[in-house]
Write a protein that binds this ligand. Sequence first.
Ligand code: ADP
Ligand code: MG
Length: 259
Amino acid sequence: MEKIIEVKNLTKTYGKKTNKFTALKDINLSIYEGESVAIVGKSGSGKSTLMHLLALLDKPTRGTVIIDGKDASKLKNKELNRIRNKKFGFVFQQFFMNPKDSVLENVLLPLKIAKRSIFRRKKIAEEALKIVDLESKAKNKATDLSGGQKQRVCIARAIVNNPSIIFADEPTGNLDSATGDKIIKLLFDLNREKGVTLIIVTHDEDLAKLCGRVIRISDGQIVGESTAKGVKAEKAEAKGAKGAKVAKKPAAAKKGGKK
Ligand code: ADP
Ligand code: MG
């Protein structure tokens, strides 16, 4: 399997002087083509910060992000924009849709940025809306949709350029479980059928369990990593804690991780 993203010694510090806050400390991580990876941890642990750095939406204070073998810090803005537009799809709650535009307009935006012809934009966007089962809402204003429908529009918009990676930050947050399940199915169908790599930040342990790999972060550091096959590495938090097998559950429980 090809490595698509590798991060080395990634550190992110926000603010200056007395307001300095280190949200990520020395993260090392590789993500391989076709994987589904969950990033879990309690609120404020650095999940979104890590996601933004992986997705080249923000720059690290120290360390490197290597995308397709290239050091992202050496890439020109134009190339970074191209990668974000063509290679990545984003399902972020804070990436609001343009409320004044129609659903279709919102979905075809990445195609416009990619300079596809007006004819192709419309066709591809309609196709994507069909996949998320919202073709009937194409002409609606983006505001006139339920939370789950908006999230599906975000997925449609995320897939129009055939991305190799989809970044999803709490894709099921604020949704009822039936709607959340639909979103999850859509994402994992893309993973299975099109080989799209999924990187999902989530609070939801059930969603995390569906991923091939779960990365746990706490206070800006990776504190555990498990694969579908079992615990791969689990750093004991307290000195003298017993091995990986027992470390997993008590550590999560202690954090009050349930939500
Ligand atoms: P999570 O997604 O796990 O909830 P974040 O990555 O959003 O956590 O945030 C990690 C920490 O960094 C939090 O303590 C948060 O307050 C802080 N933080 C995030 N963004 C900024 C910012 N732009 N400026 C200052 N501090 C920030
Ligand atoms: Mg977050």
